[in-house]
Write a protein that binds this ligand. Structure first.
Ligand code: MCA
Ligand code: AMP
Length: 497
């Protein structure tokens, strides 16, 4: 098997790989399906030669089979987001420059106009699966591109993060070693599959270990508790907002159900939290509810996972631990000089897990590195050997429910609203969401929209998680003498008084 991450599949053909929508699938079935899909995507060509292929598919057998099929045909997989409205889907399709899109049923209807506008072919997973097995498939070198995941930054629109097969193998290898993944592990996927957390930490790690992955189409607290209570999982990974939702659902259960839920939870061997800061209060609450000290780790789309608390040993609340195996981490000042443990410094990362490039953006790729080190933009101190994240350098990056959102991107869209003359978007601290996107707007002559009206309007243009939840109308935005909006003062509009 020339795709590195598929080697385990060939070694465990009869093990159950996936359980989704009541269907169980073995590794053999996934290999067979992905081979057919690869053949159909190739349609007589010998190698897709690194062309990006977009796919909009629910978490399912088909999702994995399409991903593997793209890889085996020599393509680069571009997983698309189920909740994206048309403009965001169009952006991804155009930026990645896909000539083929994969979607079925209602999702194909949504992607149809996107494909048509680009002159791209639109194929359904069903049709791909029904294809004959190809006579041969290309050899895939490890250095070739494998995956493009879109992430927001402080400049321009979202950027496609291209990781190679070697990068993904290194990311997965590092996690498998740190968390001692085994073939008899079973994990539940509740995360979306257009981001690294769900793709790499859950699905790819499980499948590279010969383990089993059960998939829910989307997070649902009741369904998740039912499965946790069943006691057949060994691992669970989620963002803090999901643990907060689970805690609230546990609170709402009658006593006997609570006991069963907590008992089931205790049978897991590991529960991990990441993608955003885990509030210490939530960590403590989860000790009471689930009997686990959540293992908090720190990562980023561009680098996979960089820092984590130990699997065995003390997990320090409010800390993200030490570098993962094979990952080099340093902290530097503005000039790139190393800083003492107690001095805040920007985290920089180097090693085989670090992505190759922002797709089609050589300038931004070059800017993201300093002397071969990737600059994360996150600031941390080291406290008795364990990293503690203090925050991000840029006030314009907001983390809400584990999703990274660029305030500037949201502002640009809001300014198109006829009732908005000017606006400033900030993240305001919130117990459940980490941060809540909040917009201060100046009305234009037509008058500012109400919050609900604005949300409905924005949802047609932006992913739902990028739509502000709070809004104030102001006469003037707080500005400094140079006329630049002062974001900390915009935050105060939502927190003071
Ligand atoms: C959903 N909504 C949100 C968010 N998610 N609003 C703000 N921030 C969000 N994150 C909107 C919905 O569209 C809906 O809008 C309303 O909130 C309530 O929806 P609800 O059904 O209650 O929420 P949900 O759809 O269940 O979503 C909550 C969630 C989801 C399950 C926590 O946000 C989620 O899956 N987050 C995980 C994201 C993730 O995987 N991040 C990893 C990035 P309305 O009420 O108007 O209809 S990778 C990464 O960060 C690195 C690599 C790392 O370290 O892992
Ligand atoms: P993304 O760009 O969506 O991959 O999100 C990566 C960002 O999420 C990082 O740069 C951090 O700002 C944040 N992040 C991830 N894990 C943690 C964590 N455990 N604590 C604090 N921030 C985190």
């Amino acid at each position: 098997m020339s795709v590195p991450l598929l080697a385990a599949a060939a070694a465990h053909p009869d093990r159950t790989a996936l359980e989704a929508a009541g269907r169980f699938a073995s590794y053999r079935e996934l290999l067979d399906a992905s081979e057919r899909i690869a053949g159909a995507l190739l349609a007589g060509e010998s190698d897709l030669g690194g062309r990006p292929i977009g796919f909009l598919v629910e978490p399912s057998f088909e999702w994995v089979a399409v991903l593997w099929g793209i890889w085996r045909a020599g393509g680069v997989a571009v997983p698309m987001c189920l909740s994206h409205p048309r403009p965001e889907l169009e952006y991804v399709a155009a930026d990645a420059d896909v000539d083929t899109l994969v979607a079925g049923g209602e999702l194909a209807e949504r992607l149809g106009p996107v494909a048509e506008a680009r002159g791209a072919r639109l194929l359904s997973p069903g049709a791909l699966l029904a294809a004959d097995r190809p006579p041969s498939l290309p050899e895939i070198a490890r250095e070739r591109g494998a995956l493009i995941v879109y992430t927001s930054g402080t400049t321009g629109g979202p950027k496609g993060v291209l990781t190679t097969h070697a990068n993904l193998a290194a990311q997965v290898g590092s996690l498998r070693s740190a968390w001692e993944w085994r073939a008899d592990d079973r994990i539940l996927l509740v995360l979306p599959l257009h981001h690294v957390h769900g793709i790499v930490n859950v699905v790819l790690s499980a499948l590279a270990s010969g383990a089993g992955c059960r998939m829910l189409p989307a997070f649902d607290a009741e369904a998740t508790w039912e499965i946790l209570a069943g006691g057949r999982l060994s691992l669970f990974m989620a963002v803090p907002t999901i643990y907060s939702r689970l805690a609230a659902a546990w609170d709402a259960m009658p006593e006997p159900e609570r006991l069963a839920a907590s008992r089931g939870c205790r049978r897991l061997r590991l529960m991990v939290s990441g993608s955003a800061a885990l509030p210490v209060r939530l960590l403590e609450r989860w000790r009471e509810i689930g009997g686990h000290t959540l293992l908090e780790r720190y990562g980023m789309t561009e680098i996979g996972m960089a820092l984590g608390n130990p699997l065995h040993g003390e997990r320090r609340p409010g800390h993200v631990g030490v570098p993962f195996p094979g990952v080099e981490v340093r902290r530097v000042d503005e000039d790139g000089n190393g800083v003492a443990d107690d001095v805040p410094g920007e985290i920089e990362v180097r090693g085989p897990t670090v992505f190759r490039e922002y797709w089609g953006r050589p300038g931004e790729t070059a800017d993201a590195f300093r002397d071969g080190w990737f600059r994360t933009g996150d600031v941390a101190v080291v406290d008795r050997g364990s990293y503690r994240i203090l925050g991000r350098q840029s006030v314009d990056i907001v983390k809400t429910g584990g999703y990274k959102v660029s305030a500037l991107e949201v502002e640009e869209v809001l300014r198109e609203h006829p009732g908005i003359a000017e606006c400033a978007v900030v993240g305001v601290a919130d117990e459940e969401w980490g941060e809540v996107l909040s917009a201060a707007v100046m009305a234009s002559a037509g008058g500012a929209p109400g919050l609900e009206e604005l949300r409905a309007w924005a949802k047609e243009r932006l992913a739902p998680y990028k739509v502000p939840r709070r809004m104030v109308v102001v006469d003037e935005l707080p500005r400094n003498p140079l006329g630049k909006v002062v974001k900390p003062r915009v935050k105060e509009l939502f927190t003071v008084g």
